[in-house]
Each structure stands twice: as C-alpha cells, then as structure tokens.
Design a protein around this ligand. Structure first.
Ligand code: PSV
Ligand code: MN
Ligand code: MN
Length: 432
C-alpha cells in the first residue's frame, strides 16, 4: 500500500461525487464502441497499463532565457520533487517513474531517495546527464563543448560525469542513461564538423563501455539551441548512425520539440522502430522550437499519429517492443503539478485513441488505394472522445476521476507554500 499525499478519503469522496456521471458517460461510449466491434473493457484495461515517466525538473518553474517567475511552494530539493511526483502519480496512476537529472538531483544517499520514492509507489526511469552547464567546483569548462570538446581533459571530465550518472542510476534502480549534449558550433568554421562527431563517438564509446548489461544509453538529438549554426547531434539520422556505431545497447530518444517546424515526427518514429533503434521519448508540445509546452496542447493529432506508429510497431513486434516514455516540459505560467498531470493524461489519451484504430480495415484501404477511407480510419479513432475510458481507468486504479480538480480541492499547493518558503533566486533545475 502506497503512502498517500492526498488523503485517500478525499479522493474517494471526489470520485463518489462524479460516479453517476462517469458511469453514464462510460456506458454511452461503451455502446458506441460496441457498434464498432470494440470491447470498451479491453480498452480500459489497456489504458490502465499505460505509464509515462515524470521529469524531476518539470515539477519546478522552468522559466525562459529571459526570466523566471518562481511559483509558490516549489520543491527545494530532490526529496520534495519526489513528493510532488507522488501527488501526480497518486491522482493520475499513469506516472509510476521519475527521470532524474544530474547533478541537479544529486544525492549522497541514493538508497534513502529510492526508499522515499518507493513509499509513493515510484521507481526511476532513465537518468539524464548534464554537460551543457558548468557546475560549481568543476575544473574544466563546457563553454566550447563537452563530449566533442577539442580538449581531451574536458572530454574526460564529461565522460566521467556520465559514468557517475550510471553509478547513481544503478543505486536507484534505473536502467538507462539519456545523453543530450548542446555541443556544436555557433559560427561556420568554428569547429570541424566531422572531427566533432568523431570526438563525440570516441567519448560515447567510453560511456558505453561503462553500461551494465541490462542498461541502454539513449541518444537525444536536437536541431539547434544552444548551438545555433551546427549542432553535433542535430537529427535522428546522426543519432541513428551513432547508435549503430556504438552497439545494441545504444538507442535513439525522440524529444518531440527537437525538430524543425512541420517535420514528420511520426515517420521518424516509424523508421527508428523499423531498424530496432527506437529507445524512447521526451513528450511535450511546441509551436516554433523546443517550446517544452504541455503534451497535446498545440498539436494533439501529431501525438496521436506518433502513437499510431507505436501501435503499428507493437502489432508487428509483439511484447518485445518497448520504449522508455518520459515527459519533458517546462512551465512558466501554470502550476507544474497540474501541467504534468494534464500532459500524462494527454499522452495516455493518444495511446488509447491509437488502440481504437481498426488496423485490418486500414490495411485493406491502403491495399485498395482507398486514400480517403484510409485517412478516415485514422481520423475516426482520433475523433473519439475517450475521456470516460481514461477517467474510469484512473478510478479503477485508485486515482482521481478529475486529477486537476481533486488536486485543487486538496489544498496541496497551499500547504506546500507554507512548508517550503521561497528562497531568493531558487531554481528547481539549478538554472538560476
Ligand atoms: C534539451 O533541450 C532537453 O530536452 C534535454 O532533454 C535536457 O536534458 C532537458 O531539455 C533539460 O531541460
Ligand atoms: Mn528532452
Ligand atoms: Mn529540449
């Protein structure tokens, strides 16, 4: 039995108030799906299996390059971050793991942190290294790059940090290391494009050789920022080539915000899945660049199409097909707990909608070149409002019918504001 952050009685009362309406909506949706040959109970059971990891850095206010407006009751350390993640999981039942970021979340006592998380039913997904910022007391600077730096001493420091992340992750029960580097050039001529990638691979080989047998290293690409001319790992092609070079434990991680506008991300997903290199995701949404907005807030159809590819891959590859799914978002104007709950639910929604696609019919339309019907087969699933399934899945798993309403009524944030007085210049992520 997990320790509750919101009193179980409060959640039960919240659900009881909504039970009659939920039953009615669920029955109506069940009837509609039955006419399409879909058993709602199977879909609800599938929805209950859905899980996405929370980014530890997402429970604080992120801010932008211009300013950061701290929120009330922000977590002051990694233990408090885990508390906030515990609330999100208690109410959504969709976020059973946390993805930590080092050194932001570094602790001398990983065993205590693991226990603290386990009390809320939380485990740890991929750990993230950080060589895109200098840290206090560090000997070398990453001003001109980390894993690709022209200086061997800088590269060694960056490799050592990644190996330390693996050690910390091991103690926490993680099974993967995510490596994103901001390395690259801001001006043509600044660095030799091929030379930089050679140095990256050399550094990554050293990190790879420190991976335990049952671990993966996830390579996260990003088009630009902070390198505004040529980022070393800018695209999925480079990521894929590096993952191939490194070996079977190296896979690619797709952050939805790391592409040029209008990039066909679902096709990238299909390609990586086809060649066995799709390792995981950072889910978020964006309009222009790496906006880190809540999942499904701008382009829910794209999110659905990504999950449609994942459903296709799963139908081909069976139970062996799995990806590490994480959220990666940043908040400037919303309560991070609310935004993360919403995002988890929106990603779960896309997962459920993709399960409604009539794959046999779609295949038939494709084989008959019935373009219109093929497109409609996807739209039909996407247009289905599965909210009642999501709510029922949550309630059956012990969560809240309406997580945000339940959270607001609980007064958790008000309490947190009292218990966690604001520190001047405090930052959840370490970026001040
Ligand atoms: C980089 O933009 C990124 O998406 C990587 O995942 C980092 O670890 C994270 O953001 C840091 O906020
Ligand atoms: Mn990311
Ligand atoms: Mn990003």
């Amino acid at each position: 039995v997990n320790k509750d952050l919101i009193a179980a009685g409060q959640v039960a009362a919240h659900n009881a108030q909504r039970a009659a309406n939920l039953e009615a909506d669920y029955a109506a949706l069940g009837g509609m799906l039955e006419r399409r040959g879909i058993d709602i109970e199977k879909i609800t059971a599938l929805a209950q299996t859905f899980a996405v990891a929370l980014p530890s850095w997402g429970v604080g206010t992120g801010g932008t390059r211009f300013a950061r407006f701290p929120g009330k009751g922000e977590p002051r350390n990694v233990f408090e971050k885990i508390d906030d993640c515990g609330v999100i999981h208690q109410l959504t039942r969709a976020t059973p793991t946390v993805s930590l970021h080092f050194p932001w979340d570094k602790t001398d006592d990983p065993a205590a942190l693991r226990e603290h998380a386990a009390a809320y039913g939380l485990g740890f997904d991929a750990v993230n290294s950080n060589t895109f910022q200098d840290q206090v007391g560090q000997e070398q600077t990453y001003k001109y790059g980390s894993l690709t730096n022209i200086s061997a001493a800088v590269r060694e420091q960056a490799v050592a940090h990644n190996i330390e992340c693996i050690e910390l992750g091991r103690a926490l029960g993680s099974k993967a290391l995510t490596v994103w580097v901001g390395d690259g050039a801001n001006f043509p001529g600044q660095s030799n494009l091929r030379g930089a990638l050679e140095r990256y691979l050399d550094s990554m080989r050293n990190i790879y050789s420190a991976l335990p047998d049952d671990w993966n290293v996830l390579i996260e690409h990003k088009l630009f920022e902070p390198a505004f001319y040529a980022t070393t790992i800018a695209d999925w092609g480079t990521s894929f080539a590096c993952a191939q070079e490194l070996g079977p434990k190296a896979k690619c991680l797709v952050d939805l915000g790391h592409h040029a506008p209008n990039t066909n991300i679902e096709m990238i997903v299909a390609r990586l899945a086809q060649f066995g290199k799709l390792g995981g995701f950072h889910f978020n949404d964006s309009k222009y660049g790496d906006d880190d907005l809540d999942s499904g807030s701008i382009n829910p159809f794209q999110l659905f199409l990504v999950f449609n590819e994942l459903a296709d891959a799963a139908s081909r590859e069976g139970a062996g097909f799995q990806t590490a799914n994480m959220l990666d978002q940043s908040h400037n104007v919303t309560d991070p707990i609310e935004s993360l709950m919403n995002s988890a639910v929106e990603v779960q929604r896309a997962f459920v909608q993709a399960a409604l696609v009539d794959r046999a019919a779609l295949k038939q339309h494709q084989e008959g070149n019935d373009v219109l019907q093929a497109a409609q087969a996807l739209k039909h699933a996407f247009r289905t409002d599965v909210s009642a399934i999501l709510a029922m899945a949550r309630v059956r798993s012990g969560g809240a019918a309406d997580p945000v309403a339940c959270y607001r009524a609980s007064g958790y944030r008000v309490q947190a504001a009292e218990q966690r007085p604001a520190k001047a210049g405090a930052s959840s992520s370490g970026i001040v």
